[in-house]
Write a protein that binds this ligand. Structure first.
Ligand code: PLP
Length: 446
């Protein structure tokens, strides 16, 4: 049981805070945890109970809570410049971050545009793509292509290119129609087919559409390698190569939403690197600030940037957010990128991932585990639950049972996944794998 202070805080929260992605009534039975502090992979509540943050607090926290290096950078920045508007002004953190990110694309994506959350980055990419064609005298290119099971955020424009029923259905009447095509999800491969076969079939659907409608299509938006929010659907890198070729051939932009899969999550810094391609737009958010501050950005090619460069105000990209390029957030991002370099994180994560996969081997063999899959620092599997009523409450029961075993894990439907911070020690890996197994057993047999 939580102590008086914790349970009072929970009560006050339920009276005053409308929690995200939550049917508030469920908190009559599902616990709400009053977090007091964080340290490394652990979150602590008011009673000093701890929870291993196995989902990086919605996929944002890369290097643990209260990371000493990010803390130090932010404290320094706080005493230097907390914020200044980015129209008409610039500052070192936003310039240094833009340069560093561009260098990570070998300079191919030369300019960065900033916002605060992922959905806004997606809105920006969609608007920029459309406006760029318009500036080129092709205003008919107004339509967007997205994928079944894709997720790009929940503002009206981003939701229009999202295909996750639970987020979308209530608002369908508000959304602009899109072309929603077959997912390359490897689980959809037919008997005897490979991941690549599924990628080819999905790309073929795109090709048929582009043959018909490329004159009206502005961009294709994809989540490279892993469609995360619909349940960690993984696909072959071949799909990204095929999309790149088709976009070149039919003069359509390719938008890579790397908000979840970027920043090393799939094994390379950008997921697209595994396909050896660069898209026309990359959206980043979530992990880029190390999980410290809201920050998102859209990187694009100089050729697209140039279509806006003119004496005319109306040809410019006039989008803005109040906190665009916030110096504190950019400084957190610079500290995060510095850790990647100093600690050789991508190489270290390979070792970490191997150990994690090995530790999960007994669970992979479990008779109720289907489609065990892994990409970089993401692990997922689908739980087989025959009873429909039990299946419907699986996620909530799992979350509650995991908390009892000191784990923060929130399955998506019956897909259980891990997206831990990149600092898990060997002991923490073993603890996570063992406890996950125990929790899974309890929940599937309950
Ligand atoms: C989380 C996410 C978004 C939206 O980001 P928010 O900051 O939640 O608005 C967009 N695309 C992908 C792939 C995401 O995972």
């Amino acid at each position: 049981m939580q102590n008086t202070h914790s349970s009072q805080l929970v009560q006050r929260s339920l009276q005053s805070v409308w929690h995200p992605c939550t049917q508030m009534q469920h908190h009559e039975t599902v616990p709400l945890v009053a977090v007091k502090r964080g340290q490394g992979v652990w979150l602590y509540d008011g009673d000093n109970r701890r929870y291993l943050d196995a989902v990086s607090s919605w996929w944002v926290n890369l290097f643990g809570h209260a990371n000493p290096r990010i803390n130090a950078a932010l404290k320094d920045q706080l005493d230097t410049l907390e914020h200044a508007m980015l129209a008409g002004f610039t500052h070192e953190p936003v310039v240094a971050l833009s340069e560093k990110l561009s260098a990570l694309t070998e300079g191919v994506l030369g300019h960065c545009f900033y916002a605060s959350d992922g959905a806004s980055a997606v809105e920006i990419a969609l608007k920029m793509s459309f406006h760029s064609w318009r500036n080129l005298g092709l205003p008919a290119k107004q339509e967007f292509v997205c994928l079944k099971g894709g997720y790009h955020g929940e503002t009206i424009g981003a939701l229009a290119v999202t295909d996750v029923a639970i987020f979308r259905d209530a608002y369908d009447a508000l959304l602009k129609p899109t072309h929603c095509l077959m997912s390359p999800d490897a689980r959809l491969a037919l008997d005897g087919e490979t991941d690549d076969d599924q990628a080819r079939r999905a790309a073929h659907e795109l090709e048929l559409l582009l043959q018909e409608r490329a004159d009206h299509i502005s961009a294709v938006i994809v989540e490279p390698l892993v469609q995360c929010a619909s349940g960690m659907a993984m696909h072959s890198a071949l799909y990204l190569q095929l999309v790149r070729q088709l976009c070149d051939q039919y003069k359509v932009h390719m938008i890579a939403d790397e908000i979840a899969v970027g920043c090393g999550r799939t094994g390379t810094f950008f997921a697209c690197e595994q396909a050896h391609i660069w898209p026309d737009f990359v959206c980043l958010s979530k992990g880029i600030s190390g999980g410290y501050l809201p920050l998102s950005l859209v990187m694009t090619r100089d050729s697209i940037y140039q279509t806006f460069y003119s004496d005319s105000v109306a040809r410019g990209f006039l989008h803005s957010h109040s906190y665009t390029g916030n110096p504190l957030a950019c400084r957190a991002a610079l500290a995060t990128l510095a850790i990647f370099e100093e600690d050789d994180v991508l190489a270290q994560n390979q070792v970490r991932a191997q150990r994690m996969t090995a530790a999960l081997e007994p669970l992979r063999q479990h008779s109720h585990v289907k489609n065990f899959r892994q990409q970089g620092m993401i692990w997922a599997f689908d739980a087989q639950v025959a009873d429909a009523a039990k299946a419907a409450t699986f996620s909530r029961r799992f979350f509650a049972t995991a908390l009892e075993h000191e784990l923060l894990i929130r399955p998506i439907g019956r897909t259980v996944y891990l997206m831990p911070p990149y600092i898990l020690s060997n002991d923490e890996i073993d603890l996570l794998a063992t406890r996950l197994h125990t929790v899974f057993e309890k929940v599937v047999h309950a």
